[in-house]
Design a protein around this ligand. Sequence first.
Ligand SMILES: [Zn+2]
Length: 165
Amino acid sequence: MVNEKVYIGSGKDFETRKRAHSNDLEGGKHFNKHLQRAWNKYGRDNFEFNIVEEVESSMQFDKEQEYIDGYLNSNKELYNIQIDVHSPFKSEPEAKVCIYFCREEGWYCSNEFETFYTRQKYCPSCSQLRQISWDAREEAKREEEEFYELLNQETQNWLSGFLGD
Ligand SMILES: [Zn+2]
C-alpha cells in the first residue's frame, strides 16, 4: 500500500492461500524474492489481501492470466515474476539482458541474468519490466557494427576521391 504494486495469484480457498503466503513471508522464505524484500522493508501492516473475483475453477488460470496481462498492459507494476501462468517454466534457462535506462538519473541497468521463467519481464537487479532476450541484443550489436563498417567504407571512398587517388 506504500506503492501501487500488487501480487496476483489464485487458489481454491482464499484463506488457505492467504495463510500460506503470510506464513512464508513472515518466515522470510517466500519463493518470490521481490515480494519478500518488500514485505521485509514495509512490514505486514502495509500489505492487504483481497479477493478480486470468484470464478469457476476451470477458469482459474485463464482469469489469473487475464489479470496479469491487464496489469502489464496498463504499465502497472507487479511483484509476480512468473508472467505466464500456463507455461511457467522452461527446461533450459534463457539468457536475458535488461535494457532499462533511467532518464532522470542517467544510468543504464544492462543487468544480464538467466531465467527459467518462460516470460519473465522483471529485472532482478533494477526491478523494471523492460528486458530483451540475449539474441535480440546480439542482433542489435551486429547491426551497429554493420553500420560503422558502412560508414567507414564511405569515409574511405570520400577520402580517396578527395585525394584524387
Ligand atoms: Zn534492470
